[in-house]
Design a protein around this ligand. Structure first.
Ligand SMILES: [Zn+2]
Length: 281
């Protein structure tokens, strides 16, 4: 057992400011000046404090997450090793103040002082404890189909996100990108610190044990096939769908799932929209 549970106190503040009603035009315009906006977003949010299981040294990563190769066969059973009995799947109308619908993207940083109560998973992962029961159920049901899903990234502290971003930026600089280009380009694949959903504890990157590459080949795995069809039933959406990058600000990521609650997930799935579009409706 690892040192569990001691996530930072604090509660998700109901900051309304982070959910913008900005229209499509604004998003499209914003993407053009994203570089500048991203720069402005730095330092806009505070880390929620000591992370857990964050101390994995410089692994190679692709896309948004930081998965290294995890040995086959590891981590077959339940995600959680701390038992928590939160029966916290609150029903009710999806409201914009709803913690499940908090919008974090390149234009909406995490509210200052945002804190997360974490549930520790095996494999060094952790998520907001409120989404844990649904996550566990989804993983269990996926495995019941004979599949082998693997959570390779989950909650990240501000420091962790900063390190990921810097790694990415540096590798682009090494490839000959200018400072400005490297920053903008890195921001498309690794969210700028303060603007990653992983810092909410409501996002997980899930891969197929047989293919742990965070690239579009993930889309063809059996695990993704199942998740894309079924994750909404557990309150998770494929957060960065193909063709929505102009709205989400993030490349197509057929591995990143975001918890939004079951009602919202169903509607988002059925309408084929992304979270930004859903929140504007
Ligand atoms: Zn992710």
């Amino acid at each position: 057992m690892s040192g569990h549970g001691r996530a930072r106190r604090g509660r998700a503040r109901k900051r309304r400011g982070n959910i913008r009603q900005a229209g499509l035009k604004i998003f499209l315009t914003a993407i053009i000046v994203a570089g500048g906006l991203l720069a402005g977003a730095i330092g806009a949010s505070r880390a929620p404090g000591p992370g857990s299981g964050e101390a994995q040294p410089g692994k190679s990563f692709q896309g948004e997450a930081d998965v290294g190769q995890v040995p086959l066969g590891e981590e077959k059973t339940g995600e959680l090793d701390a038992v928590k009995d939160s029966s916290s799947t609150q029903a009710g109308q999806p409201q914009k103040e709803d913690w499940r619908l908090i919008l974090v993207n390149p234009w909406n940083a995490i509210p200052e002082g945002y804190g997360v109560d974490l549930a520790q998973l095996k494999n060094g992962q952790a998520v907001d404890e409120r989404c844990y029961p649904d996550l566990q159920e989804m993983m269990d049901d996926c495995r019941d189909q004979g599949l082998s899903p693997l959570i390779c990234s989950s909650y990240r502290s501000q420091q962790k996100q900063e390190a990921l971003f810097e790694n990415r930026r540096n590798s682009l600089l090494a490839q000959g990108y200018s400072q400005e280009e490297a920053r903008a380009e890195a921001g498309k694949a690794v969210a700028l610190p303060g603007t990653s959903e992983h810092q909410l504890g409501l996002a997980v990157d899930i891969v197929d044990l047989s293919n742990q590459n965070l690239d579009e080949s993930q889309e063809d795995t059996a695990v993704q096939g199942w998740l894309m069809e079924n994750s909404w039933k557990y309150g998770f959406i494929l957060r960065y769908p193909n063709g929505k990058s102009a709205l989400t600000g993030i490349i197509y990521e057929p591995w990143h799932y975001r918890y939004v609650g079951r009602e919202a997930a169903q509607e988002i799935y059925e309408r084929g929209v992304c979270l930004e579009e859903y929140l504007q409706a």
